[in-house]
Design a protein around this ligand. Structure first.
Ligand code: AGP
Length: 599
């Protein structure tokens, strides 16, 4: 993760700070900038959120024309000032996103040569290596290229070189980077969203393509490509101003926004129908994702197998390529990602592509790397999601899978036309149902007050609600730091039941389903072990246990097909309220980042 930015412009400080603000979703452990002022590099770094850097620059403004900046998600070394970027050695200052895998070996080598390191980071070896080659009288380009040969790992680098050279360079390997030329400046960033308003023409460099930004504009400077023309794309990304309005947090805003998003899914853009895929020909679908997106994929498995009768494999992206999956002819691999930049998901996509598998992306950020690299791209239309904990992107992913399931079932004639019709009708009920849940948020607050008095808890659900239990537990962990684990309800008795006593509540996700009676038995088993029971479920289940008001949230009567989408909304609110009751920053929880661009 980490966000990098660079600019050659009169307005360099503003451009860097504004850009870093848009990159803060990539990490917010520390931030820093380096500016080149009359051949000298001046650097400022602070710990914590970007506001600290802004305040610092207000107290002590900096001048320059060339600059680089960084917002950090700590991988190597704590979130302190020494480990904050930029890292400098001599006249070379560097910001890095990615991981230098062989940094220890390089650090030892450089230390033996007399280099002194100030941080515990992997990144600091980069300026030292470049400086080492500069000291051997190589040109800037040659020094950087030689350093890149030494380095193993993933990187997006912005390199500022002072002295007589005064140049800014950018290069990447498997980490996102965009370059841009505007009328008033030259820019680089980890994400097109962070670019200056002036950045009208953009270019996505290839791995290890070294780019120089300087008085002569933007130039390629690898030997073979040196001087060749760069073919820019038009930057079509609208600069949307996202603020949380009157909401307490972006997370709250984004949960509520699901009402309007589903209205538009139902009544405006339901034409996203996946008819470009020949589902009849497919004999398998593999869905690959991480975290919340993985849970959306896991729900999709239930839907696609039940209604479209397609064999579906679901994989956690970090496991997929290392388990050597067998890819068949007529297989479709779907990559699900809010950010479209998740390193594990991207690596899994590369694996599938190398095996000549057809690939599809379900991605929120349409300009992202995954979106650009898949064969078929489907945008999930959730709009910018700022809260680090994913909420609306999850339900939009589910909505897309639901549409996919309908198209697949239609093409494969796997269900009667009446059932197919009913599935479409069920979907149209979603906006009102989501709204009715959000209207009852006070009731969920009561639950949150009770639940947040425990330190540990277990979430359970059955069938397609089992991944929803996992998503509910993940959300709670992320924003309240309470310890929650999830199990398929039937699994409880196979081990986790040993944890149950009066201090270990069980949160049951129980909308009406054909498995309700079995779930009731699972709840009985937990109750018999004195576990406090919390139910988010159907009236029948809630009534059955006669629980206190602050232990139940009654779900509306929902068709089983759409129950996963409906049931997750109270869980999102539950996590939000627990986080707020615990006094946490629910939008930027500790240790997390919105875009996980390291393996
Ligand atoms: C969601 O709340 C999490 N922050 C996280 O699990 C996330 O879903 C995961 O990192 C995958 O991200 P992606 O959807 O952007 O690929």
């Amino acid at each position: 993760m980490c966000g990098i930015i660079g600019a050659v412009s009169e307005q360099v400080t503003n451009t860097l700070i504004e850009g870093l603000g848009k990159l803060e979703y990539r990490g917010y452990d520390s931030s820093g900038i380096s500016l080149l002022n009359k051949k000298e590099i001046e650097t400022v770094k602070v710990t914590g959120k970007l506001i600290n850097l802004k305040n610092r620059l207000e107290e002590k403004p900096m001048q320059g024309y060339f600059g680089i900046g960084h917002t950090r998600w700590a991988t190597h070394g704590q979130a302190n000032q020494e480990n904050a970027h930029p890292h400098q050695c001599g006249k070379v200052s560097v910001v890095h996103n990615g991981i230098i895998e062989n940094y220890l070996m390089l650090k030892e080598r450089l230390t033996r040569q007399g280099h002194h390191f100030c941080s515990e980071t992997d990144s600091e070896v980069v300026p030292h290596l470049i400086n080492h080659y500069l000291s051997l009288d190589f040109s800037c380009e040659e020094a950087i290229n030689r350093a890149l040969i030494d380095i193993e790992g993933s990187y997006a680098l912005a390199i500022l070189i002072g002295g007589d050279h005064s140049q800014l360079y950018a290069v990447k390997n498997e980490s996102p980077l965009v370059i841009s030329e505007g009328n008033e400046g030259l820019y680089i960033a980890s994400d097109v969203l962070a670019l200056d308003a002036d950045a009208t023409k953009i270019y996505y460099p290839k791995n290890n393509e070294l780019i120089r930004l300087g008085q002569n504009g933007i130039n390629r400077c690898n030997k073979k490509k040196s001087g060749t023309k760069i073919h820019y794309l038009k930057n079509t990304k609208k600069r949307v101003c996202v603020d949380k309005g009157s909401h307490t947090s972006f997370m709250e805003k984004e949960i509520i926004e699901q009402i309007s998003l589903f209205k538009s899914f139902c009544f405006d853009s339901f034409n996203e129908n996946f008819s470009n895929v020949d589902f009849k020909k497919l004999n398998k679908i593999s869905i690959v994702a991480c975290g919340t997106s993985f849970y959306a994929a896991s729900v999709a498995k239930y839907w696609l197998e039940k209604y479209a009768h397609i064999n579906v494999d679901v994989d956690i992206a970090s496991e997929y390529r290392y388990r050597s999956p067998i890819i068949n002819d007529n297989e479709l691999a779907i990559f699900v990602s809010q950010s479209g930049e998740t390193a594990d998901t991207l690596a899994a996509l590369h694996y599938a592509k190398a095996k000549n598998c057809q690939t599809m992306g379900l991605v929120n950020v349409a300009t992202s790397t995954i979106a650009r690299e898949v064969d078929f791209m489907h945008e999930i239309h959730a709009g910018p999601e700022i809260g680090v904990a994913s909420t609306k992107a999850f339900t939009c992913q589910l909505a897309m899978f639901y549409k996919m399931m309908i198209e697949a079932a239609k093409q494969r004639t796997s269900i009667d036309s009446e059932i197919l019709y009913q599935l479409k009708i069920d979907f149209l009920k979603l906006p009102n149902l989501i709204e009715s849940i959000i209207k009852c948020s006070l009731q969920i607050k009561l639950l949150a007050q009770q639940l947040s008095s425990y330190e540990n808890m277990i979430f359970i659900g059955r069938g397609a609600l089992s991944p929803i239990a996992s998503e509910g537990a993940l959300k709670l962990k992320e924003v309240s730091y309470l310890h929650a684990e999830a199990y398929a309800a039937g699994e409880l008795k196979h081990g986790p039941i040993a944890l149950l006593d009066e201090h270990m509540p069980v949160v049951v996700i129980a909308p009406k389903s054909e498995l309700t009676d079995k779930l009731i038995s699972n709840i009985q088993e937990a109750k018999a072990r004195r576990a406090p029971i919390f139910i988010i479920g159907d009236r029948k289940v809630c009534k059955h246990f006669g629980l206190l008001k602050n232990h139940v949230f009654e779900l509306p009567d929902v068709p089983e097909s759409i129950a996963p989408i409906i049931s997750v909304v109270p869980l999102q609110l539950l996590a939000l309220y627990c986080g707020q009751l615990k006094g946490k920053n629910v939008d930027q929880p500790r240790n997390l980042a919105k875009s996980v661009t390291v393996e």
